[in-house]
Design a protein around this ligand. Structure first.
Ligand code: ASP
Length: 441
C-alpha cells in the first residue's frame, strides 16, 4: 500500500440501518488501511415501510416545538440506537447523550439541531465499533451566520484538525454557524460532508458507499436492468444530473471537483462490485457503447419565434431574452436557426406570464410568428466518446426515427459531450428505450 494514500469513505443511511449493516461497514473499512476518514449518515430504513432516524427526529422535534409530549417518539429513537449497540455487543452507554438531546428539544434548539443528532449518534457508535477517533462536525464544518456553507474556513479548520488524527469518524450532514448554532445541509447532505472531508484530508479517493452499484446508464423504471456506468467525468455527470439522474447530492461534487479527487460510488449490498468511478477528466471510453448515459426530464415549455432575416437583425436575441428576464424566468436552452429562435423554459408559465411574454415579443421584436408550446420533454444523450466517434448523432436520430418519434428540437452544446432532443412528453419512454437499445446491444 502507498503509505501516503488516504481514502475518505462515506456511508449512507441504508448502509447503517442496523447492526449487521454496521458490521459490513466495519469490514469494508478494515479491508483497506487507506480508509482513514469515515463519514456516516444516520441509520436509514431497514425495510420499505421503516422510518429513517432523521425523519423520526424531525417529527419528534416538531412535537417538542409545539409543546406536545414527545417522550414516546423519543424512546423509539433511543431504541434504534440501543438496539444497534446491543446487537453489536458494544460497551457504550448513550443515556447521557439522549438526556442532553431531550433537554435541548425542550429548549427549542431548532430542527437542524434535532435532525443532526442522527449523524452525531451514529458517528459515536461507529467510532467505538472501529476504534477511530470521533470528531464532532460542529467543530470543523462551518457555516456563515446566514446559513450558507463557509467552504474556505472549513477547509482550513478541518485540514488542520485531520492531520492530528490518524483515523477519525466525522458525522455527515451538519456543522455549526459562528454562534455555535447547529446547521444542516439540505437532505442527503452527508454526501457533501464526505466530499469536504476528502478535500481537507487531500484524499486520493472519495468512496461514497450507498445501496446501488453506482450510476445506471439510464432510468431503470423505463429500461429493464440498464448497465452500470463504470467511468464518468464530472462534466458528463453534471449533464446527466441536470436531467434528473440522482445518486449523489448535487452539491457534493464541488469540493472534490475543485481538488481533482475522483469519487467512487459503491454498493454496501454488493461490496465486490466496482461501482461507478467519477473522474476529473478522461479520454478513454467504451468503444462498444460510445455513449455514457441517457437521461431526460418532462415538463418543459418552448417559445418558438420566427422572423424573416432574423439573423441580420442586431439585438434580436437580446430583446427576447430581456423580455423573459423581466418576467423573472430563467431559460434552459436556446436552439436557433437562421430565421428561427426557440427558448426552452423549465418553469410552468402562469397564464398572465404567457400573455405578457407574447405581447412583449410581438411589440418589441415584430416577429412573423410567436407561439408557446407545452408538454415538451428533453432527453440528453451524454458521452465523452461522441466527439471522436463518427456517426453517433446519426445513430441517435435513426433510432428515434425508426421508433416513429417526432423530434421537435435538437441542441448540441458547444462541449460536444451531449446531444439534447426535445420530444413530446408522450414519447418520452419510447425515446429512452430506442436510444438505449441502439447503443447497448
Ligand atoms: N440523514 C440525512 C437525511 O436523511 C442526511 C443524509 O443521509 O445524507 O437527509
Amino acid at each position: 500500500m502507498d503509505s501516503q494514500k488516504i481514502i475518505t469513505v462515506k456511508f449512507g443511511g441504508t448502509s447503517l440501518a442496523d447492526a449487521n449493516a454496521f458490521l459490513t461497514v466495519k469490514k469494508i473499512i478494515e479491508a483497506d488501511p487507506a480508509r482513514r476518514y469515515v463519514v456516516p449518515s444516520a441509520p436509514g430504513k431497514r425495510s420499505a415501510d421503516d422510518i429513517k432516524v432523521t425523519d423520526m427526529l424531525y417529527h419528534c422535534y416538531m412535537l417538542a416545538d409545539e409543546g406536545e409530549d414527545f417522550s414516546e417518539e423519543f424512546v423509539k429513537i433511543e431504541e434504534r440506537y440501543n438496539g444497534i449497540i446491543r446487537d453489536l455487543g458494544l460497551s457504550l452507554d448513550l443515556s447521557e447523550k439522549f438526556e442532553e438531546i431531550r433537554n435541548a428539544f425542550k429548549y427549542h434548539a431548532g430542527s437542524d439541531y434535532a435532525a443532526s443528532r442522527g449523524e452525531y449518534l451514529s458517528g459515536i457508535v461507529l467510532a467505538k465499533l472501529i476504534g477511530y477517533d470521533f470528531i464532532d462536525a460542529a467543530k470543523v464544518i462551518k457555516f456563515y451566520a446566514d446559513g450558507t456553507f463557509d467552504s474556505e474556513k472549513t477547509n482550513i479548520i478541518l485540514s488542520d484538525r485531520l492531520v492530528r488524527h490518524e483515523r477519525a469518524v466525522i458525522p455527515g450532514f451538519y456543522g455549526a454557524m459562528p454562534n455555535g448554532t447547529i446547521k444542516t445541509f439540505s437532505r442527503g447532505g452527508s454526501d457533501i460532508t464526505g466530499s469536504i472531508v476528502a478535500r481537507a484530508s487531500a484524499s486520493a479517493l472519495y468512496e461514497n458507499w450507498t445501496d446501488v452499484s453506482g450510476f445506471l446508464m439510464t432510468d431503470p423504471r423505463i429500461v429493464d436492468s440498464p448497465c452500470v456506468i463504470d467511468k464518468i467525468t464530472y462534466r458528463e455527470l453534471r449533464e446527466l444530473s441536470y436531467m434528473g439522474a440522482t445518486v449523489l447530492h448535487e452539491d457534493s461534487i464541488f469540493p472534490v471537483r475543485f481538488a481533482g479527487i475522483p469519487i467512487n460510488v459503491r454498493n454496501t449490498k454488493d461490496i465486490n462490485a466496482a461501482g461507478t468511478m467519477i473522474v476529473p477528466s478522461a479520454r478513454d471510453f467504451d468503444k462498444e457503447k460510445v455513449i455514457t448515459g441517457i437521461a431526460g426530464k418532462k415538463g418543459f415549455s418552448v417559445i418558438n419565434i420566427e422572423k424573416d432575416r432574423m439573423n441580420a437583425e442586431v439585438g434580436f436575441g437580446r430583446k427576447v431574452l430581456e423580455i423573459i428576464e423581466n418576467e423573472g424566468i430563467t431559460f434552459e436552452h436556446l436552439p436557433s436557426g437562421i430565421d428561427t429562435m426557440s427558448v426552452v423554459l423549465a418553469s410552468e408559465l402562469s397564464p398572465k406570464q404567457r400573455r405578457a411574454i407574447i405581447r412583449a415579443i410581438k411589440a418589441e421584436c415584430e416577429p412573423d410568428s410567436v407561439e408557446i408550446e407545452d408538454g415538451l420533454a428533453l432527453v440528453a444523450v451524454v458521452g465523452r466518446g461522441m466527439v471522436s466517434s463518427k456517426g453517433t448523432a446519426a445513430r441517435v436520430f435513426k433510432a428515434v426515427a425508426d421508433a416513429n418519434i417526432n423530434v421537435r428540437m435538437i441542441d448540441q452544446g458547444s462541449s460536444e459531450i451531449s446531444i439534447i432532443l426535445g420530444i413530446s412528453e408522450k414519447d418520452f419512454d419510447k425515446t429512452l428505450k430506442a436510444i438505449y437499445s441502439e447503443f447497448v446491444k
